[in-house]
Design a protein around this ligand. Structure first.
Ligand code: FES
Length: 109
């Protein structure tokens, strides 16, 4: 599947901020960190909390409901390593953020 334009500009999401981006039926958590952009499945696999609302530190997001922690780069749950959320490839094209839902890889510098 080709990259999809999120209709979000890079300068609309400051470093340290996150967004929920809806692409078709998918909800993607988009995180802008010093290390780059990370895109993951936004729904926590435990009970479906919106991960983009979680606290981010040390490359991981903490679920706002029950505090499971997910690594932004590979989606692995720090609490239960066999659990993970999908990660997606991100590109910035002419200042706009594009995401490929079929390609793994959460970060774009
Ligand atoms: S909904 Fe995320 S840890 Fe429970």
């Amino acid at each position: 599947m080709p990259y999809i334009d999120t209709l979000l500009k890079l300068d609309e999401i400051a470093v340290g901020e996150s967004r929920c981006v809806k692409l078709g039926d998918a909800q993607v958590g988009l995180f802008h960190r010093e290390e780059g952009l990370f895109a993951i499945d936004n729904l926590c696999p435990h009970r479906g909390a919106p991960l983009h609302d979680g606290f981010v530190s040390d490359g991981q997001v903490t679920c706002p409901w029950h505090q499971w922690q997910f690594q932004l780069d590979d989606g692995i749950c720090r609490n239960i390593p066999k659990v993970r959320v999908a990660t997606y490839a991100v590109e910035v094209r002419d200042g706009s953020i594009w995401i490929d839902l079929e390609q793994e890889g959460a970060k774009q510098s």
